[in-house]
Every structure is written in C-alpha cells, then in structure tokens.
Design a protein around this ligand. Structure first.
Ligand SMILES: *Cc1c(COP(=O)(O)O)cnc(C)c1O
Length: 457
C-alpha cells in the first residue's frame, strides 16, 4: 500500500472524537476546509519522505491551525517598557469610562446623527463640537479619522492649487510614511520652502508673501530637536505678519497637549491653547497622543475656514467612527471637569510620583521573591518630547539569556513587553496598569521558572 493511500479522508477525520468539538466551535465548513489544508500538507510531507501521522495527530494539527486563526486578532499586552505612548502598542490606553462609552456606542443604536428634540437629522460632530468650543474657546471644530487626515483635509480645502509657505526646518517626517512635503503635494498645494534647516527669519516669510505665497503652514517639530546655531521666529509674530497681509495660518501641532508637560518635570510641549492664543486660524492635533484619548484628529479654529472644511467632499471620506466620537467626548469631559491626572491613563502615568513607582517596584519584588530595584528612565514616546525623560524605578532580573526570557514573556497572553538595561530584563511600573499587577506577577513567576529550567540548569 502506498503512503498516499494511507492518508485518511476528510470524512474519516471528521468522525474522530476531537473533531466534534471543533465543528461546534468553528463551524463545519471552516473545519472541513482546515482538514483539507492539513491533509494536503501531509501529502507534501510524503513527497519529502515523511511518514503519515496518526489520525489523532491530524485532528490535533487541524485544531492548532484553527486556534491560530483566532490568535491573529489583537493580543493584549502588558507594557513594561516605560514608553508611555508606544506607537507599536497602540498609543494611549483608554480609561474604563471612555472604553464603556465606546462599547455602548457599538453595541446599541444611538443618536449618532439624530436630534432627539426635533427628531430630525443632525451632524454627528455636533456634541463633540460643543465640548471643544467650551474647552478651547474656538468658533468651530471637526473631528476626523486621525491627525494625518486633519492636516490633509485642512490643506486640501484651504490650500488647493495655492502656494503654501513652510519653513525648511518643518518639512518633517512623523514616521509611518507621513511626510509633510508629500502630504502638501497630495493635497494639491504648491510648496514654498523658506529659510534653511537651522535658520528661519521673519524676513523669509515676508519675502515669500511678496512672492505670492497665500497661506502659511506651521508644523510642530514633534519627534526631533535641532540644536546649536538655530533660530526661528515666534509663532505669534508669524501669525501677525501673515494676518497683516491677509494670509491664514494652519498649525499642525501633532501631539495635542492641552496640559503643560513641564509641571511634571518634562520639557515644555507647546499646547493647543498657546497656539490658539498666538492667533492661528486653524489648528490640527492628534487625539491619541498627549490628549490621551481614542484615535482621531481634531481640526479647530475659525468658522470661516471650518465651514468650508466641513463641506469638502473628502470630509465624508475621513470622518470619525461613531463609537470613537463617544469615547472622545468622555475624554474631553475629563478635561472639562479637571480630572485629567486622575482619570486619563497616560496622564496618571506621567504624573505618578517616583515614590509611588518605587513602592510598586518593591511590591513586585516582594511578590516575586526575586530581582533588584534599579534607577531607570521612562519616556513619553508617540513622537513627542524627544530627549525628555521621567526618572523611574525598574524591577530588574539578572538572567544569562535576556533575549530568551524577553521572548518567552512575549509569547504569553497578555504578552509582557520588557526592556533590557545593563544586561538585565527590566520592568517599569509606570506603564503597567495597576489592575494588571496580579496577572503580571503570575506570568513572570511562571515564565521565570520555565526559563530557568530550560536555560540555566
Ligand atoms: C503625530 C503627528 C501627525 C500625525 O498624527 P496621527 O494622529 O498619527 O495621524 C501629524 N503631524 C505631527 C506634527 C505629528 O506629531
């Protein structure tokens, strides 16, 4: 009998004891598909000279592949890296009140576009706009998919086929392919670069205005610093010059800080309020960076421009998801109520005093019965406040194979993302949510003994 003829049929595999469970969980047609894929790989194995596995093994292999399908979705992570806005880990985690608003928005019908008093249609942005007006004292605003969309839509509406003045030190790349010159080009604007990488003068702006520039774009240098022989005019002077010549100013602030980061021992990140006080006509900022909310971008400023932006056909293309609007509203309410440091997770992390961090590191150490407490540095991340650090305390584990332990920790659910410092695996309590402590300790205890058994015996 050839090995090929010893391969069971799909029906035979389905009749196995373990298969019934699979059919219940995954549905018959998906299980049949997966069995076919497994059988095909066995056929290819035979060609390579491998034996035909037992039928129970075939069921087992099919089960594993099916379970892997479910694993492809988002896996929860315990972020022990100390990077607060970790872009690869989804930037700002949301508070439970914000998350409940998002879930409620998703699981039931809601007044996304209905006014309950009149029973007629109303724009989905209305409630949010009311809160933003109140918070920032602006005439109008619009929330879109993210800040990249906010900048693009503003430029497309206000600068299409026009000459946009931008300083050479602001032609930045944010990461993930978002480059200001490309966005300008895609929006149909014409780029008018002024000054040099390190020196920008008000006269450079003046000359560009004389040469037909018709709008000014100001971009926050979010993720890098140029030091040494540098200078650039203050935003308020740029605005004054632009306005006296009838030009509007768009400000891409990126991080969207509404609180002054310097209160917490960090450098000063320009705030939305400061830009508005400097007189910019339209400001764009992210909602999942220093604002600490869900992914979205806000365009705010003068209604003269916002009314055109809202009517642009691309506004519909770039609009925000209804549930994220709900989450954003609750986030902004935290600001209005003065509950930022207590209720917004990233601000809790930024504002946690060193003493408290040390206490948590000590608590971890006591529960693990292992490790040492060492000094370390947390960072804000998310392309904001480069070079700025928050002193922290780390729980450090001295192991021989740091990469092996780090990798074992990443395969858990939730995955634990550690960092390596001074040749040790380190965990920063600042970015580990307090409610994750129990599962964090449980996983580390288990993984550490697995690691020691495998690598240090
Ligand atoms: C982060 C950033 C963006 C892009 O914002 P997203 O919310 O990631 O789309 C644009 N401009 C600046 C200056 C930024 O820092």
């Amino acid at each position: 009998m050839s090995d090929f003829s010893r391969i069971p049929s799909v029906e035979q595999v389905l009749l196995q004891e373990g298969s019934q469970n699979l059919v219940t969980n995954f549905g018959r047609s998906l299980v049949v598909d997966e069995i076919r894929i497994t059988l095909e790989s066995i056929r290819q194995g035979i060609v390579r000279g491998e034996p035909v596995p037992e039928i129970a093994k075939i069921v087992e292999k099919t089960r594993k592949s099916l379970e892997d399908l479910e694993k492809n979705s988002l896996i929860p992570v315990i972020n022990a890296t100390g990077v607060i806005l970790h872009t690869n880990l989804g930037r700002a985690p949301l508070s439970h009140s914000v998350a409940s608003a998002v879930v409620a928005g998703l699981t039931s019908y809601s007044t996304v576009e209905m006014n309950l008093v009149t029973g007629t249609r109303q724009n989905r942005n209305t409630g949010l706009e009311g809160l933003i007006k109140r918070l920032l004292n602006v005439e109008a605003s619009l929330a879109v998919n993210n800040n990249a969309a906010a900048v693009f839509l503003s430029l497309r509406t206000m600068a299409y086929k026009k000459k946009v003045i931008i300083a050479r030190n602001q032609l930045v790349e944010i990461g993930g392919g978002f480059r200001i010159p490309d966005i300008l080009q895609q929006s149909g604007a014409r780029l008018m670069e002024i000054g040099t990488t390190n020196q920008i003068r008000l006269d450079d702006y003046r000359r560009a205005i004389d040469e037909g520039g018709s709008i000014v774009l100001h971009v926050h240098q979010a993720n890098f610093k140029i030091t040494g022989y540098t200078s650039e005019p203050e935003l308020k002077d740029i605005v004054k010059l632009a306005h006296s010549n009838g030009l509007p100013v768009i400000d891409d602030l990126g991080s969207g800080a509404l609180l002054d980061t310097s209160i917490f021992g960090l450098g000063h990140e320009p705030t939305v309020q400061e830009s508005l006080a400097d007189g910019v006509d339209v400001i764009c900022f992210s909602c999942d960076k220093l604002l600490g909310g869900p992914q979205a971008g806000i365009i705010a400023g003068k209604s003269e421009y916002l009314s055109k932006i809202k009517k642009h056909p691309l506004a519909r293309v770039l609009r925000t998801d209804k549930s994220l609007i709900a989450g954003l509203e609750v986030t902004l309410l935290h600001y209005l109520k003065g509950k930022v440091e207590s209720d917004i997770p990233i601000w809790q992390m930024i504002s946690t005093p060193l003493d408290e961090i040390r206490r948590r590191a000590e608590f971890w150490k006591a529960r693990l019965g292992d490790g040492a407490i060492i000094d370390g540095q947390s960072t804000v991340g998310g392309g904001s406040l480069p070079d700025e650090i928050l002193p922290t305390q780390l729980l450090a584990l001295a192991v021989k194979k740091t990469d092996a332990l780090a990798s074992l920790l990443r395969t858990e659910t939730p995955a634990i993302i550690s960092r390596i410092q001074d040749g040790m695996i380190c965990f920063d309590p600042r970015t580990v949510l307090p409610e994750q402590d129990d599962v964090f300790i449980e996983i580390i205890t288990r993984v550490l003994s697995k690691y020691r058994e495998k690598y240090e015996n």
